[in-house]
Design a protein around this ligand. Structure first.
Ligand SMILES: [Zn+2]
Ligand SMILES: [Zn+2]
Length: 368
């Protein structure tokens, strides 16, 4: 266990003593807090799909090489978001992208995120999660009586995983949509979009105020589904379900880093209608008008399709990254990004708009 996790211990012990007083059906997250603080941390850490690990990096490079071979050197983008043919080394690790100031700022924002993450991750997973879970169990008991205590089988476990995934994705969608549409929230999320090039580290490129918002969403969705299933199965679904959540975060872990890699990984159109391909996130980061505010979910395409924000790009479609030429200059350095939301809120108090506008392709060509 890391020193940082230990720093979060006082919060955990408070939650532990509170959890000991609860009785009745115990859901997975609540039981987790009751067992031992280190278990909470390990499980939460394994289930927060935001880690960049060696297997993920190696898999990313392997798939990148495969795309290079299949497309004969085509398929990677340069720092301007334009497709180009290049040598294998430059295809996998392009100099213009990895020496770009945006990639260097990614590193610092990632370091800050790593330092702060255990604090809010552990505290929110140990509070929002179990509270939501207990509330759901309590409401179901009130509405339908005692738990039916169904027998668990593998089909139920898969069903539980699928429900977790769909709810997680819906909550992610709702938070992400709000961050794009509400100016005060966009001020925070803009830091993620101020990335002018995409690298696997761009995934963690967020303002430090964004971390607790995302963590609350995950803790709530895991707690909600955990509560429903704990009620149906009298809490017995514990071990298997935690493992299953881990399974989906594996999928999400891979998708999360590849979608911030500059190589286009497209899915066939029929599959892209169900799952977000990594290439679909390239358009999410583009400042062209037709790409603005699209592909907001994390894993599936279901919610984007339902709410009309799905955009499946063509192969090699031009995706200039960032927040657009008009305001990009204000979001280049680490300091500019860290102070960004506060500057925007100050402007908003003064009655000025902080919304960077999307750019139409015609305007862009005219200005080049
Ligand atoms: Zn976004
Ligand atoms: Zn992104």
């Amino acid at each position: 266990m890391s020193i940082l996790a230990e720093a979060a211990m006082p919060i955990l012990s408070a939650v532990l003593s509170a959890a000991e007083t609860t009785t009745g059906v115990v859901g997975p997250l609540t039981e987790m807090t009751q067992r031992a603080a280190s278990v909470v941390w390990d499980t939460a850490a394994a289930n927060i799909p935001r880690d960049l690990k060696w297997p993920t990096i190696l898999l990313t490079l392997a798939i990148g090489t495969l795309i290079f071979l299949v497309r004969k050197g085509h398929g990677a983008r340069d720092a301007d978001g334009q497709e180009r043919k290049t040598s294998l080394f430059n295809f996998l690790l392009p100099k213009d992208i990895y020496t770009h100031i945006s990639a260097r700022v990614d590193i610092w924002l990632w370091v800050i995120e790593r330092i702060l993450r255990p604090l809010w991750a552990v505290s929110l997973f140990a509070t929002v999660g179990p509270v939501t879970e207990q509330y759901i169990i309590g409401s179901l008991e009130w509405a339908f009586g005692a738990t039916p205590a169904l027998e668990i089988n593998y089909a139920w476990m898969l069903w539980y995983s699928l429900c977790t995934l769909l709810l997680y994705d819906l909550i992610f969608y709702a938070i992400h949509y709000t961050m794009h549409k509400v100016p005060a929230c966009w001020a925070i999320h803009k830091v993620h979009h101020s990335a002018e090039v995409l690298t696997p580290l761009t995934r963690s490129r967020e303002h430090f105020l964004a971390g607790p918002i995302w963590a609350t969403g995950s803790a709530f969705s895991y707690g909600f589904i955990g509560g429903v299933f704990a009620y149906i199965f009298d809490g017995g679904i514990v071990a298997a379900t935690l493992f299953n959540i881990g399974f989906f975060s594996l999928l999400f872990g891979f998708n999360g880093s590849f979608r911030h890699y500059h190589v286009q990984f497209h899915y066939p159109r029929w599959l892209a209608k169900w799952l977000q391909s990594p290439a679909m996130h390239h358009t999410h980061h583009s400042y062209l008008e037709k790409h603005w505010d699209t592909n907001l979910a994390a894993i599936t395409s279901i919610w984007d399709r339902m709410f009309g924000t799905l955009y499946i790009p063509e192969k090699d479609e031009y995706t200039p990254w960032g927040i657009g030429p008009e305001t990009q200059g204000e979001y280049r350095t680490f300091w500019q990004n860290t102070t960004g939301p506060f500057r925007d809120w100050y402007k908003m108090i003064g009655g000025k708009s902080s919304m960077a506008g999307p750019v139409s392709q015609d305007t862009l060509i005219k200005n080049r």
